[in-house]
Design a protein around this ligand. Structure first.
Ligand code: NCD
Length: 340
């Protein structure tokens, strides 16, 4: 096997990861290759390397999160970074402090990277203009969720070994989904064909302008696709329900065993979580033989290690202050000594 760890990562020079729309196919593949190298660390008895020792990563979450937050924390810790956890609740946000003021105060403590989740589209881009630290978007409103799409791509590549010509259906609340948007940008850049499926209120025909096919008929799409990525209804981003009832939605768009009978024998069933069992996917399918949902979660740690490594490395090489040691090779288990 050619070792992804040894491949040059010259394709990556960005200090921030704000979205996948602006990335090239080469940059996306550079993250996936780097993540592949890091994935081996999770299988070691001591799951830690010194790559980001002495660096500080801040997890700033202004919206709820389980997987994304924990896997960013774990990723930073596996790279030996110090991790600060910031949540909107219990913070001075309740006293009126703005995101930028909060971030600049945290940065004054000495911070190398911010991981930001926020309900406002563009929040990570705004933050990136105000801090010297690297910024990673962990979901900004319905705009983008780049690391989720990267871990989705990583999982697809592990199973299908290619993107070119792959047929991917993204099913559900496309309108309000940052996961869908990031997946659309990345999959198309890598040569996959994307079909968006859901009721017209959640998948308006204007999405065809992005180069995707739009369908309101899941049963018609199932037999021809290689990947079914099922999404949750984003109730928190909808003023009112955009369809008659949850029961009606499930009747037409839930992925059930019966529907899956007509799929290709090697179809992959994906879901970013959190799953609403019985709404967009039946429990049997969520836990069934086609499901790679938990593999996605595992991939998330390696992908976030790769992203944190790449952006901090880019930030440090841009600064070139010479005060800090160069980053150790991503998977070395040796100590990262300061050059004497
Ligand atoms: C997604 C999110 O927060 O955008 N979840 C995640 O990060 N794994 C999807 C969702 O909330 O439905």
């Amino acid at each position: 096997m050619s070792d992804a760890r040894d491949r040059p990562r010259g394709a990556w020079t960005r200090r921030h990861l704000l979205g996948l729309r602006e990335l090239s196919a080469e940059e996306i593949l550079a993250v996936l290759d780097t993540a592949r190298g890091f994935s081996e660390i999770s299988g070691r008895s001591i799951r830690k390397v010194p790559t980001l020792r002495g660096r500080v990563v801040v997890n700033a979450f202004y919206e709820p999160s389980t997987r994304t937050r924990l896997s960013f924390s774990l990723a930073a810790q596996r790279l030996s970074a110090d991790v600060l956890e910031f949540s909107k609740s219990g913070s001075s946000t309740a006293k009126g402090e703005t995101l930028i003021d909060t971030a600049r105060n945290i940065e004054a403590m000495g911070v190398d990277a911010f991981v930001l989740r926020h309900s406002a589209p563009g929040a990570a881009a705004v933050l990136a203009r105000h801090v010297d630290a690297a910024v990673v978007n962990a979901g900004d409103g319905a705009h983008e969720h780049p690391t989720q799409a990267l871990l989705d791509l990583y999982t697809i590549r592990e199973h299908k070994q290619r993107f070119e010509g792959l047929e991917v259906a993204i099913v559900g609340d496309i309108s309000h989904s940052r996961v869908a948007r990031s997946n659309i940008w990345a999959l198309q850049k890598l040569g996959a064909r994307v079909t968006l499926v859901g009721p017209p209120t959640l998948v308006p025909s204007r999405f065809a302008e992005l180069g995707c096919e739009v369908s309101h008929d899941l049963d018609a799409v199932i037999p021809r696709v290689d990947v079914l990525n099922m999404l949750r209804i984003q109730r928190e981003r909808q003023g009112r329900l955009n369809f008659p009832s949850t029961k009606e939605y499930s009747r037409l768009f839930a992925l059930t065993e019966r529907r899956l009978e007509r799929a290709k024998s090697d179809v992959l069933v994906m879901h970013p979580g959190p799953i609403n069992r019985g709404v967009e996917i039946s429990p049997e399918v969520a836990d069934g033989k086609h499901s790679v949902v938990l593999e996605q979660v595992s991939a998330g740690v390696a992908v976030r290690m790769a992203v944190l490594f790449l952006v901090v490395q880019a930030k440090e090489s841009a600064q070139r202050s010479g005060e800090r040691p160069a980053l150790a090779s991503p998977v070395t288990s040796e100590t990262n000594r300061r050059p004497s």
